[in-house]
Design a protein. Structure first.
Length: 157
């Protein structure tokens, strides 16, 4: 025991989150990948990097990865990979198109309905641009048409 300290040392998490759920541990790095090949490779590297927790998170990119006109198919591919066995740590998120793009809602519906239990987070691009009232509330609660409910997902802008 150090001088001037009485009692056993207590980790800050034990004091700050006593009786509550602490924030999840986040990886130090986030890797963006938009194609099936690159997402699959990132999942492989993530799995090989550790046995306990990943060194980096993976953001599967609907915005920059989807071929024009094939956004739904691309979102379905991403949802399949997120819900798949290769996602060992459930640390794969997705970035959807901006709300001004016609495919954003369909991407969100596909991702949440097909991979909602495994998706780690959603990235909402260009959140600071002036748009709809929905965007301002999206940071904590997003309406999910596919399930007819309101689900809470961590989101980053």
């Amino acid at each position: 025991m150090e001088a001037g300290v009485s009692g056993p040392r207590i980790h800050p998490a034990a004091v700050l989150y006593a009786g509550g759920k602490p924030f999840p541990t986040l990886a130090a790095c986030e890797h963006y990948a938009g194609s099936e090949k690159l997402i699959t490779k990132a999942l492989q590297i993530q799995a090989e990097s550790t046995d306990t927790r990943p060194v980096f998170d993976i953001t599967a990119d609907c915005e920059d990865g989807a071929p024009a006109g094939h956004e739904r198919e691309h979102a379905t591919m991403i949802a399949t990979l997120i819900a798949g066995a290769d996602n060992r740590f459930d640390r794969v998120g997705a970035r959807i198109h901006d709300v001004r793009h016609p495919a954003w809602r369909e991407e969100l519906d596909v991702l949440v309905s097909q991979a909602g239990r495994q998706i780690a987070y959603l990235v909402l691009p260009k959140c600071n641009a002036p748009t709809t009232r929905w965007r301002r509330s999206a940071r904590s609660t997003m309406p999910v048409a596919a399930t007819g409910s309101t689900a809470k997902y961590p989101s980053m802008c």
